[in-house]
Structure formats: structure tokens, C-alpha cells
Design a protein around this ligand. Structure first.
Ligand code: AMP
Ligand code: ZN
Length: 463
């Protein structure tokens, strides 16, 4: 069955035809690990996971690679300002290496809780310094670079197709505004290699043919892509914010290095916004983590369900109320599957069941329409299929949905309820029965029941 997807490059839905039908090569820009990745960032990774799972569902072998930005990344997109890693290290009083480890660990913990499959190859920029130097050397050999007092720059005027992804109007970009551009020849030029400042010892710096320094942000993704996937990459994913600068520069570098187009399909996810329409900012990232919602008693897969109910190219609103509704919807769906499992342990792959599954595939393979796929899936559960045929559908769709359908849901008890229960236990040990009763009432008011058992207590959610 054919898969179609929206290619940002052509601004059209196109039939997916990989370079090599035996192996799809897919690259995803990874997290910057100087700070938390909030639930907005997770939107990008859940979708990348859906893309690769859907392609596997369509019987492709998928080689998925993700980058990890643990070096460089200057505060400003125009290659000036402080290095975000060094800044983060000072803020937290730990080394940049420990900082990168801390936030990468947190990232993988959160992505695992959302059932995002970890790409088999993850490339931290610090492990690929030689590859990045080699890429800059190649660009230099091919005449795409120039040197200034603070680094080696990509000369965007050398690429006649520069800006095609973002449909940038590059006329006039190389003229005027000299102050803003410093020594850059053109506004769209960007750093490939930055020299370490003479008066400052950086924690992360490397020797290079041009002097001690560190790689620019954009060169890392081209280097990871080319060194792990080769010169022909089928899909590249990331958020829409990367279209005008990061991905535009990646395309220019790829062409400068190889002489041809490397990535065939560019897929970009839209943004998650709060109820008031504003973006979740990095500064509130530590309050908008998957983990924060788990502490409040939400199943992280309720967030995955909420995302699947949206479309990756549309802006998605987020609020706790919407998350609550998603959790209820997921619980109901799961109860339905658990009822089926009570009736039968059998899974039947009949022609009738496959016909229903194909209906789901048709919508899913049409630009990853998970929301529609969930609707058709629900219809299949209400259809004349037998219970064992329905269980076949459940088993198959959950290879993409990854909502753990049919697994007993563990009720996650919020931290504040656990604290009250601990206080109550303490009160009981001190034979303070009045306080114990008061705490029981408080727990009940918050929607939970507490029962005393020999090992301490048992908390359940009130129905
Ligand atoms: P960053 O660490 O800022 O480079 O972000 C990592 C990924 O998350 C990128 O692909 C961004 O495009 C994406 N992203 C950042 N904020 C949001 C958001 N509010 N909604 C969806 N994706 C986002
Ligand atoms: Zn990237």
C-alpha cells in the first residue's frame, strides 16, 4: 500500500518512494542538552517516532538516526553571543560534560515514558568532531568557505539554490547592514567552525586545521547524516522553526559537500501552544516536563494519545483539561480492549480483519493521519468483527500507536496524595487518630481512597 507525505520542499503531498526500497534512511534533529526538553519539544519526537513506526508498518526497513547537540549552539542564531552549554555549566556549577549527561538522561527518560523508540544510532556532536572537521575541509576544497577573525564561514552566495526550502527571497540579503553582519559577507552566511576566544579557556574546544575552536551548530547535522546514512537520505524531520535557518543551511552544506541534493523528503511538525495561544518557552521548561504531569497522576501515554488525536502539520493546543480528557478517552479505549481480552485469548487474522486493518492503513498512510486512524480503529471495535479479530486489529495498530492497549493501566498516584498518605501513616504510628481521620478526609476530597493494610496502606482512585 502506498504512503504519501507532505514534503516541505515541494509544499505538496507526494508519494513516498525511497532511494533504496530495501532500507529507508531517516534523520531527526535531536535535542540541545543544556536545559530540559519540555512537552512542546516532545511533540517533535513523538511525531518522528510515529513517522518511523508507520513506515515500518508499511513493511519498510527503517534506519533511523538522531543527533544530540552537546556542543556549541550560540545564544543567537546569527553565530554570536554566548555558548549555551558553557552558560548552562556556570548556571548549575557543573562541568559542560555533566550538564550534557544530566539533560540527555532526562530526555531519554521522558521519551521512553512516551513509548518513543530510541533511534538505534544517536550521534552526540562531541563524538563526531573529526567528521565535522572533515565536512568543513570538504566545503573549503569545494570553494564554499571564507575565514574571518572569529571563524570559518559558509558563503551562501556560492549556492544558487540557497533558501529553496524556506522559499527565502535572498535578493539584497548580501548588501548593506554591515554593522549587523560584522565580518560576514552576507546575512545568510553562517559559522562552520568558531575559534575559541583568545582571552577565554573553553571547557569544550578542539584542534583543527584553522585553529582551536568548536564546530558550528548546522554542520553537525550534515556530518551526522552523511557519515551514518550516506549521501542519499530519504527523510529528514524536525520542527517548523528549523525551516528558515537550520535546515536551509543543512541543505546548502550537503550540496556544497556532495554536489547534489541529499535529502529527498523534508517533514516538519507544527508547534504546541498553550491555551492562550503562546508557545511554551524554554524558561518554563522545568515546569512543563512529562515528569511534572506524571507527578500529578497522569499517565504519560495520555499525552501521546492527545498528540495522536491531532495532526502533525497543525498547531496543537495544550492545557491540563485537554490532557485530562485524553486520559479519560485512553482509559475508556483500554477498558474496551481489556473486556475483549476477558472474552478470548485468541487473535485471528482473517480476511475480514485484514480488510478492516487496511481501512486504518489507508488513512494512516495518507500523511500520517493518526487522528483519523484512531476513529476508524474505534469503528472497527464497534463493528461485526469477532472479539479475536478485533484483538488482531488492536495488536497491529498498537505497533504504531504504541499506547499499550490491553495492558492493565497502573494507577499513578500523585505526589501530593502520597505525601498525605505518609503523614497519615505517621499520625497513626503516633496514635493520633483525629489527625489520621482528618488526613483520610482530605485524601477522599481529592478523589482517592486509602485503606490500611498490614504493610502500611493502599491508595486507589475513587470511581
Ligand atoms: P530545541 O532543543 O529547541 O532545538 O528543540 C528540539 C525540537 O523541538 C526541535 O525539533 C523543535 O522544532 C521542537 N520544538 C520546540 N518547541 C516546540 C513546540 N512548542 N512544539 C513543537 N515542537 C517544538
Ligand atoms: Zn539538525
Amino acid at each position: 500500500m502506498k504512503v504519501t507525505l507532505y514534503n516541505t520542499l515541494s509544499r505538496q503531498k507526494e508519494e513516498f518512494i525511497p532511494y533504496d526500497k530495501n532500507e529507508v534512511k531517516m534523520y531527526t534533529c535531536g535535542p540541545t542538552v543544556y536545559w530540559y526538553q519540555h512537552i512542546g519539544n516532545m511533540f517533535a519526537y513523538v511525531w518522528a517516532d510515529i513517522f518511523q513506526r508507520t513506515l515500518k508498518f508499511a513493511d519498510y526497513n527503517v534506519k533511523h538516526v538522531m543527533g544530540l547537540t552537546d556542543v556549541g549552539h550560540l545564544v543567537s542564531d546569527d553565530d554570536s553571543g554566548e555558548d549555551k552549554m558553557e552558560k548552562g555549566s556556570r548556571r548549575e556549577g557543573i562541568s559542560v560534560w555533566d550538564l550534557a549527561k544530566k539533560y540527555a538522561d532526562q530526555f531519554f527518560k521522558d521519551t521512553a515514558s512516551l513509548n518513543i523508540q530510541r533511534p538505534p544510532t544517536v550521534c552526540p556532536a562531541t563524538h563526531y568532531i573529526q567528521e565535522q572537521i572533515d565536512a568543513v575541509k570538504k566545503l573549503e576544497e569545494n570553494g564554499f568557505t571564507y575565514q574571518t577573525s572569529d571563524g570559518i564561514y559558509f558563503d551562501s552566495s556560492k549556492d544558487p539554490t540557497y533558501g529553496e526550502l524556506a522559499k527565502l527571497d535572498i535578493e539584497g540579503l548580501c548588501a548593506g547592514e554591515r554593522v549587523e553582519m560584522a565580518e560576514k559577507r552576507c546575512k545568510t552566511d553562517f559559522a562552520l567552525w568558531k575559534f575559541s576566544p583568545k582571552d577565554e579557556k573553553r571547557q569544550m574546544e578542539w584542534d583543527s586545521p584553522w585553529g582551536v575552536g568548536f564546530p558550528g551548530w548546522h554542520i553537525e547535522c550534515s556530518s551526522f547524516c552523511l557519515s551514518t546514512l550516506g549521501e542519499y537520505v530519504d527523510i529528514h524531520t524536525g520542527g517548523i522553526d528549523h525551516i528558515p535557518v537550520h535546515h536551509t543551511n543543512e541543505i546548502a552544506q550537503n550540496k556544497g559537500i556532495t554536489g547534489h541534493r541529499v535529502v529527498k523528503y523534508w517533514i516538519h511538525n507544527n508547534f504546541i501552544v498553550k491555551a492562550d495561544g503562546t508557545k511554551i518557552s524554554k524558561s518554563e521548561g522545568d515546569k512543563m516536563l512529562v515528569e511534572n504531569f506524571v507527578e500529578k497522576g497522569y499517565n504519560p501515554l495520555a499525552y501521546r494519545y492527545l498528540i495522536l488525536s491531532a495532526h502533525y502539520r497543525k498547531q496543537m493546543k495544550f492545557s491540563e483539561d485537554l490532557l485530562k480528557m485524553a486520559q479519560t478517552a485512553l482509559e475508556r479505549l483500554n477498558e474496551k480492549v481489556l473486556e475483549l481480552k476477558k472474552e478470548t485469548q485468541e487473535i485471528s487474522e482473517t480476511t475480514h480483519a485484514v480488510a478492516w486493518l487496511n481501512k486504518i492503513k489507508v488513512v494512516l498512510f495518507d500523511d500520517f493521519n493518526t487522528a483519523q486512524a484512531i476513529t476508524v480503529f474505534r469503528d472497527s471495535l464497534n463493528s461485526d468483527l469477532t472479539d479475536s479479530e478485533k484483538l488482531y486489529i488492536v495488536q497491529e495498530v498498537d505497533r504504531v500507536f504504541a499506547l499499550d492497549l490491553g495492558k492493565e493501566i497502573q494507577i499513578l498516584i500523585p505526589e501530593n496524595i502520597k505525601e498525605l498518605a505518609e503523614k497519615r501513616l505517621h499520625a497513626r504510628q503516633n496514635k493520633d487518630w483525629a489527625e489520621s481521620d482528618r488526613l483520610r478526609d482530605e485524601i477522599e476530597t481529592l478523589g482517592y481512597s486509602i485503606k490500611d493494610i498490614s504493610e502500611g496502606y493502599e491508595i486507589t482512585e475513587k470511581k
